[in-house]
Design a protein around this ligand. Structure first.
Ligand SMILES: NC(=O)c1ccc[n+]([C@@H]2O[C@H](COP(=O)([O-])OP(=O)(O)OC[C@H]3O[C@@H](n4cnc5c(N)ncnc54)[C@H](OP(=O)(O)O)[C@@H]3O)[C@@H](O)[C@H]2O)c1
Length: 290
């Protein structure tokens, strides 16, 4: 039975992955690490950890994920997202572990009007997207790449939590209607990563919740699911957003789950079903804590 190691273990996906792997009877042990234990940019630390733990499966979810901070600190973004991935891949290879890298819709420029498949040519516009694509290119053909988008969930900071917080204050909420993508609930994504890694799959898989929406429509749906008036959400265009948002966002970044579909690996539920469940969970949790 495999031993599993998760990087980025305190992130919103890492926390879900740790629970999902730990629940599997076919998994021997699950270990999570984050930057306070092992910094993936430190080659020696990564190598030492891997030789000590000798995992069979590695899910590399650690990344510098704040897209505007990446724009301002390109060297750090590449150090973490590209070079850090090099060290994790190198260490995985040295002990024969199967590695999964979590990548992003930001590797595309967002100029398309139909969903990107796994075989479309990337063309990132932001430093974050460029550094994550550089991470993909650090990997050999024996690695698994899971590309995802608009991740939200029970843990950490994310847009659904932000929308719910804004809904509790008076006034309108303003969200863009000219950026379209697929929200992905971290629990659904984690389940699919567990499946794909246990099946020892390699190559690129797009893994997002099914369907597509704009941030405006998502905000309306979240308000409605939480029992608020969705009419409080007003549509704006990206050009009306504050100028401190340095990183360009793709206008259209829907990822088609073509590899999952054509290999009968199962696609994720529609985003509305998963977001409704998430909103319900967060609402109950808030009621219990306050
Ligand atoms: N969130 C999204 O919408 C989204 C979309 C597409 C793809 N992804 C990808 O999915 C993966 C998981 O994302 P997430 O939303 O779970 O991100 P997250 O919540 O930001 O988690 C990433 C974790 O990695 C840690 N980390 C940062 N630098 C590190 C380093 N040098 N060494 C070790 N750990 C480090 C972070 O620690 P600190 O918080 O202390 O920095 C954080 O705990 C990432 O690879 C991301 O690129 C995310």
């Amino acid at each position: 039975m495999p031993n599993v190691l998760i990087t980025g273990g305190k992130g919103q996906l890492g926390l879900e992955l740790a629970q999902r792997f730990a629940e599997k009877v076919v998994v021997e042990t699950t270990t999570s690490i984050d930057v306070d234990e092992v910094d993936v940019t430190n080659r020696d630390q990564v190598d030492e950890l891997f030789r000590f733990l000798r995992p069979d499966i590695v899910v590399h979810a650690a990344a510098m994920t704040q897209v505007d901070a990446c724009e301002e600190n390109a060297e750090t973004a590449f150090k973490v997202n590209a070079l850090g991935t090099r060290w994790v891949y190198e260490a995985s290879r040295s002990i024969g572990a199967h590695m999964c890298y979590v990548s992003t819709d930001y590797i595309f420029d967002g100029q398309a009007d139909t969903a990107y498949t796994e075989w479309d040519t990337p063309n990132p516009a932001s430093v974050y997207g460029k550094s994550k694509l550089a991470g993909e290119r650090e990997l050999g053909k024996d690695a698994l790449i899971v590309r995802t988008s608009w991740v939200v969930g029970r843990f950490g900071h994310n847009m659904v939590k932000t929308i719910l917080k804004l809904a509790d204050s008076p006034g309108d909420l303003r969200f863009v209607n000219d950026q379209v993508g697929s929200p992905t609930v971290a629990g659904d994504l984690a389940d699919k990563i567990v499946q794909l890694t246990l099946e020892k799959r390699i190559g690129v898989y797009n893994v997002t919740n099914s369907g597509q929406t704009s941030w405006y429509e998502l905000a309306r749906f979240v308000l409605q699911s939480a029992g608020h008036d969705p009419e409080r959400v007003k549509a704006i265009s990206s050009s009306e957003l504050p100028s401190e948002r340095k990183a360009p966002r793709p206008n259209y970044s829907v990822l088609a789950p073509t590899a999952l579909r054509l290999s009968d690996a199962g696609v994720l539920p529609h985003w509305q079903d998963s977001i409704r469940d998430l909103v319900q969970y967060l609402t109950i949790q808030k009621g219990q804590s306050g």
